[in-house]
Design a binder for this molecule. Structure first.
Ligand code: COA
Length: 245
């Protein structure tokens, strides 16, 4: 069974992260597939919106920690790097449905989404400093801009988890929906967008896009520092501690 699955329905490409035995932790192959499905969908006239989701008890536990140890050479050709930059080029709206853990890139990815729905089980976390790392995906720029410096500093420096109600208050998500309805609500919103005039939708998304030059520069700076941290003894010790729990 593929770890990234797609289904195209009424103009919506539904992308499901499907590695439940590892709490949907993202490995290199999964980043590559995610990027390819987004690029393909962006070029396909039959697709007008994307919806990314996990299962009804897990969005994603973030980057595969074992991969942090095995594939710690984070250059421009690294699949995670390429996936993150592909988000900046996406022309069509991206929606997300979040249940359970949304850790690391599971939360920073949401800052690139247009609409995000979560249920009461959702738990967001940016544990970069806990792992002796630094923020990625432009979150050190996007999060302070979205929620203010002090609140972003709390989330990025302390790395504690926050729940769906807090995420809604922060404006990181649009709404909290009951678990049983989450997937359907998110899909209906995606279908509504997909049914609208596509050129108008894409032009609206383009106009709303933050300054990509600044974001691109920030993401590059973050990933440069991330690559250094990844090789550090303090980070390696944290990864080993998690894997040997
Ligand atoms: N990378 C690799 N494996 C992971 C993983 C990750 N990010 N997250 C979970 N797993 C694996 C566990 O090692 C475990 O594997 P095993 O059964 O072979 O031992 C399995 O997934 C289940 O994880 P577990 O921790 O038992 O699930 P849980 O429901 O109790 O907790 C989380 C879920 C997400 C809270 C917890 O797994 C976690 O904190 N994961 C790490 C998150 C993280 O630091 N991500 C990197 C961010 S930069």
């Amino acid at each position: 069974m593929s770890t990234i699955q797609i289904k195209d329905e009424h103009g919506v490409r539904i992308i499901t992260i499907n590695r439940p035995e590892k709490r949907n932790a993202l490995n290199l192959e999964m980043y590559t597939a995610l990027r390819e499905y987004l690029i393909q969908g962006d070029a396909d006239n039959a697709i007008n919106a994307f919806l990314i989701k996990g299962q009804d008890d897990c969005f994603t536990a973030g980057n595969d920690v074992a991969d942090f140890l095995k594939n710690s050479d984070l250059g421009p050709e690294h699949p995670a790097f390429k996936f993150l930059f592909s988000l900046l080029d996406l022309k069509k709206p991206l929606l997300a449905a979040v249940s359970g853990p949304a850790v690391g890139i599971g939360t920073t990815l949401l800052l690139h989404c247009d609409l995000v729905y979560a249920d009461e089980s959702a738990k967001f976390q940016l544990p970069f400093t806990n792992l002796a790392l630094v923020p990625e995906a432009g979150s050190s720029l996007l999060l302070p801009h979205l929620i203010g410096h002090q609140r972003a500093a709390e989330l990025l420096l302390l790395g504690e988890s926050f729940d769906a109600q807090q995420a809604k208050t922060f404006g990181v998500i649009n709404d909290v929906v009951a678990n049983a309805q989450l997937q359907e609500v998110a899909l209906q919103q995606a279908k509504k967008i997909a049914a609208k005039p596509p050129q108008s939708i894409q032009a609206t998304k383009a106009l709303m896009r933050p300054d990509t030059t600044a974001l691109h520069a920030k993401m590059t700076a973050e990933l440069k520092e991330f690559a250094v941290r990844l090789q550090s003894d303090e980070a390696k010790a944290q990864f080993k501690a998690f894997l040997n729990r």
